[in-house]
Design a protein around this ligand. Structure first.
Ligand code: SUG
Length: 445
């Protein structure tokens, strides 16, 4: 049995709101407010536990070492770690905040993953995303690559590529702009890459207000690296107008699972042609598109509620479950739309489950941002680091670990507290044992 496993990011001990992501409205609106790292991590774990209890294979990806003292040293801060942090707090508080972000929790941006059924060499391919558009995220990919290697550590089954060149021309945001369609997970699928700009085409349309983070050229490079069949790949440009309304990743306006694409009617440029290409690449078996009209759910409501940043999951009986954040329940147009879908027996969405992910949502990270999908055959599942798979036992262990190490309040001012780096390292040292990761962090080398 080949399954689609979800590997969620464990929220790190320095989770905070620093307003770092221009173009991401939640991040900007919550900049400067106090965060609760403990609650953030527990909310994430609760979603993992619930999905594992429903029978889904649920994995976990470790957080990063933050603050990133090595990066601060590269920027000229020197002396003891405490000195580096104190000086950075005084001279460049915004840079210290960037180097302290727990943003690796959004593992939809960790990498692009292609299952073995799609690749010419029959292995699972991983390319960590360079996340070059935001400084605080551009410092993730090296350790992300190490964590992925420690989690999928078997060269017979898994291929790990380095991130694409660190330049905006090859801006890559990983699985947040990548969707795979298939009949059964083990079948060859259609890989759908959504980009925001053509970096080498000066005449192409781009958003006017906010940055387009993903380039077409980055997506094309991933397709080559992953040895995908070009007939089974579809590219689409994200509608630049919706990027300007706060849709900074495709997974804020569209989500797919198996033979279903669920998206807003304004998600893509030339949307009808995109649908046609998908249908054609998919083949003759039925492919479903649930397109939400702006009249029912305006883009602003989609951005506020994160309706499309949901997880579409195939239940054992064949029905489809949609996992949404509680903000959907609080947005009347969205909630009534979801109720309609569930009541309508012809709709491919059958059941809704709501999760409180407020801590992550306040930074623009919903259920889909928190997970990296990895399709695994039975053998590949066995070759995966078993300590990184969630069951009730590991859930309890990880909750205890969070309760032991995490603070329940963190403000931007607290980032100047040099005790945080030691707290964080002590926590990660213990976590590497729990998850059997070896030495993935700079402080362990
Ligand atoms: O890259 N927010 C993240 C949210 C990522 C959401 N991921 C997906 N849509 N897949 C980002 O904008 C905010 C951090 C801060 O402001 O403190 C942040 O990085």
């Amino acid at each position: 049995m080949t399954v689609e496993a979800n590997f969620d990011g464990l929220v790190g001990p320095t989770h905070n709101y620093a307003g770092l992501s221009r173009g991401n409205k939640a991040s900007i609106n919550h900049g400067g407010s106090a965060a609760n790292p403990k609650q953030a991590a527990l909310q994430g774990l609760e979603k993992m536990r619930a999905l594992s209890q429903l029978g889904f294979v649920q994995g976990i990806l470790a957080p990063q070492e933050r603050p990133d003292v090595n990066m601060l040293r590269r920027l000229g801060f020197a002396g003891s770690d405490a000195r580096v942090i104190e000086d950075a707090a005084r001279q460049m508080p915004a840079v210290l905040a960037a180097c302290s972000s727990a943003s690796s929790m959004w593992t939809a941006n960790a990498a692009t993953v292609s299952p073995s059924a799609d690749t010419a060499d029959g292995k699972v391919h991983f390319t960590p995303a360079n996340l070059i558009n935001k400084f605080h995220r551009s410092i993730e990919h090296d350790v992300t690559g190490r964590i992925l290697q420690a989690t999928f550590n078997h060269s017979e089954h898994f291929v790990h590529h380095p991130a694409l060149p660190s330049t905006d021309y090859f801006g890559d945001e990983g699985a947040a702009n990548h969707t795979r369609f298939c009949q059964d997970y083990g079948d060859q699928g259609v890989e759908f890459f959504v980009y925001g700009k053509e970096a080498f085409n000066p005449d192409a349309l781009i958003p006017q207000k906010y940055p387009a983070r993903q380039s077409l050229e980055a997506s094309q490079s991933v397709v080559r690296l992953h040895q995908l069949n070009p007939n089974k790949v579809v590219y689409a440009q994200q509608n630049p107008d919706v990027i300007d309304q706060g849709v900074f990743h495709n997974d804020v306006i569209a989500v797919g699972n198996r033979n279903l694409l669920f998206c807003h009617e304004q998600a893509f440029l030339n949307q009808a042609a995109v649908y046609q290409s998908l249908q054609q690449a998919y083949g003759s078996t039925p492919f479903h598109i649930v397109e939400v009209p702006d009249g029912k759910v305006p883009v602003s409501d989609a951005v506020k509620s994160y309706l499309f940043n949901s997880q579409l999951l195939s239940l054992e009986d064949g029905r489809t479950l949609i996992v949404v954040p509680s903000e959907c329940q609080k947005t009347p147009a969205v909630w009534s739309y979801l109720q309609e879908q569930v009541a309508d027996s012809t709709s491919p969405i059958d059941e809704v489950r709501v999760f409180d992910l407020r801590q992550s949502m306040n930074n623009g990270g919903g259920p889909a941002c928190l997970r990296l999908r990895v399709v695994l055959t039975e053998q590949e599942q066995l070759a995966t680091n078993q300590n990184c798979l969630i069951n009730d036992g590991s859930f309890n262990k990880l909750s205890d670990w969070v309760n032991k190490h995490y603070r329940d309040r963190l403000t931007e001012q607290d980032l100047a507290d040099s005790a945080l780096v030691n707290e964080s390292r002590a926590a990660l040292d213990e976590l590497t044992e729990i998850l059997n990761l070896g030495s993935v962090y700079p402080f362990q080398r």
